[in-house]
Structure formats: C-alpha cells, structure tokens
Design a protein around this ligand. Structure first.
Ligand code: UTP
Length: 291
C-alpha cells in the first residue's frame, strides 16, 4: 500500500433535485460561478493539493462534464483563427489540468455507492473524496491540509467546521469529546442527527481522505437515511476498526449545492474579481438602496 495520497474521487452522479429545472438536462456540477463551472474549482483544488489522477463518478445527463475537461479541437481552431490568445490559453489549460477518468454510477443509490463505484480504480491505496457541493477557499487548500494530517497520522481524515446548532440536522456530525484541538480523534460520526440529538455542532464538509478498508464496508452497507447508501454510515463502521481524525480546517466554505449558498458564492467571487468588483459593488449599493 502506497502511503501518499495520489488519487481522488469526485462523485457527480447525484440528481441535483434542489436545482431543478436547471439540472433537468445538465449536471449541477456544471453550473457556473461567474464563468467557471463548479466542478472545475474542485478539480483545481485537487491538483493544487498534489493529486495526480482523478476519477469522476458520473451518471445520466453528465456528458457535459467529460466534454468540459476534454480537448475541444474546433473551439481551439476557431479561437486561434480569431487571434483570441487569452481565451485560447484558458480553454487549453482546462484540458491539461489533470489526468481524469470516468466511471458511471448507473443509479443514484447514494454517495457511499458512488464512492464504491470507483473501487477498481483506487485499488488498495488511500484516496481523497471531494464533493462538488462544497467550494472551499483556503491557502493551503483544504485537501492539502488533510493530506498533511494523513501523512503524519496514517489515519482517515474528515474536514469539519462549526455550523449553527439549528443546522446540525443537515450534516454529518462528529463527536470529538471535550477536545478543541484543530486535529482530533473522532469518537463517533452520525449522519443528519435529528434536531436536539447532535453530539456537537462540528459538521463534516465535503472532503475526505480515506483508508481503502472503507470499500469492504461500503460493499455490504445497507441503505440508511433517505434510503441511500450513506458514506457516513460506513465511516462510523470504519472508525470502529481504524482511527478516524477530524481536521477543523482553516478557510471559508461555500455550499453551492444550496440555492442561497450558490447566490452568496457568486456575489463573493464577483467581489473578489478585479474585472467585476467595482461594478458589482456599485450595482449592489444602488439595488439595496431601492429596498
Ligand atoms: P447530494 O445529495 O448533495 O447531491 O450529494 P444531489 O443528490 O445531486 O443533490 P440534491 O440533494 O438532489 O439537490 C452529495 C454529492 O454526492 C453525489 C452528488 O453528485 C453530490 O456531489 N452523489 C449523490 C452521487 O454521486 N451519487 C448519488 O447517488 C448521490
């Protein structure tokens, strides 16, 4: 077994029901924040963290993801003919970002099932999982911070952050006892605890570094919350046989799988862009003055 994390899984086989009708015929992972699809931010985080190969778990209506990371011969020729060097280099860079593979999840049976679909590709190596719903802004990238913890502890790692107590029922929640260290041993992990039942307000965000032993557990996992094979349930099992560590990561999280989170991320990113910031600020001030 290799002890360095070189491979990552990006599950993108979900239905994206919260974004219907936009996701009826296109993947939610391709919805753009300004001018870049959400999944490209995720691939870039993986690459900046040192990941060498990525497997994207896709499903129906997900062809646009493959096309996005592929070379576009016609578009490149057209941009070259028009001497549009800036766009040409942006377009070329995308297809050279990383070594990307694809596997189809034939039915959206849950995140745990999507991860299991990549078993052959990952084989017996530790690996990363990055969810497209969470765009994390931090330096170093969240996944890099987690890989450093893995390389030191050799234990699976989940990234966590504090959420308001009245929101804990929307997340996987970890119990780390009285510990308030940045890196702590997970005592327990539960998927979407009922209101008032959460052991803490530390929510798992969409980044995982996992021991391949998780596959054996996922293969026999029964459907959990929502009738889906939940990754969190198998993490709870894994924690009984191999230690699981939580990293309270430094950085900002945008929940772009949620409509409000998506709008907030769009505004934040626009305010940080040199070409847009001044105009967007002016517009927002004028618009809010009319309220
Ligand atoms: P979500 O439950 O947030 O995604 O799963 P969803 O099902 O696409 O969206 P909604 O809730 O219906 O709006 C988290 C991640 O797991 C992937 C999703 O693509 C998303 O990146 N996933 C989920 C799969 O790959 N397969 C599944 O069967 C379920």
């Amino acid at each position: 077994m290799d002890n360095k994390i070189r491979k990552a899984i990006i599950p993108a086989g979900g239905l994206g029901t919260r974004f219907l009708p936009a996701t009826k015929a296109q993947p939610k992972e391709m919805l753009p924040l300004i001018d870049k699809p959400a999944i490209q931010y995720i691939v870039e985080e993986a690459v900046r963290s040192g990941i060498e190969s990525i497997i994207i778990v896709s499903g129906r209506h997900k062809r646009a993801i493959e096309d996005h990371f592929d070379k576009s011969v016609e578009l490149e020729a057209e941009l070259e003919a028009r001497n549009n060097e800036t766009m040409l280099s942006i377009v070329k860079d995308i297809s050279q970002l990383a070594d990307i593979y694809y596997v189809r999840q034939k039915e959206p049976l849950g995140l745990g099932h999507a991860v299991l679909c990549s078993r052959r590709f990952i084989a017996d190596d530790p690996f990363a999982v990055l969810l497209g719903d969470d765009i994390l802004v931090s330096d170093p990238p969240c996944l890099r911070q987690m890989m450093d913890v893995y390389e030191e502890t050799q234990s699976s790692v989940v990234a966590v952050m504090e959420v308001p107590w009245d929101q804990t029922h929307k997340y996987g929640i970890v119990d780390i006892g009285d510990n308030d260290d940045k890196v702590s041993r997970v005592l327990d992990i539960v998927e979407k605890p009922a209101p008032g039942q959460a052991p803490s307000n530390l929510a798992v965000v969409g980044r995982y570094v996992l021991d391949p032993a998780i596959f054996g557990l996922l293969a026999v996992a029964k459907p959990g919350k929502g009738g889906e094979i939940q990754l969190t349930d198998s993490l709870q099992e894994l924690n009984r046989i191999k230690p699981l560590t939580a990293l309270n990561f430094d950085g900002k999280r945008h929940d772009v799988g949620d409509k409000l989170g998506f709008v907030q991320a769009t505004i934040d990113f626009a305010l940080e862009r040199e070409d847009l910031s001044a105009d967007v600020k002016k517009y927002l001030r004028e618009r809010l003055a009319q309220e």
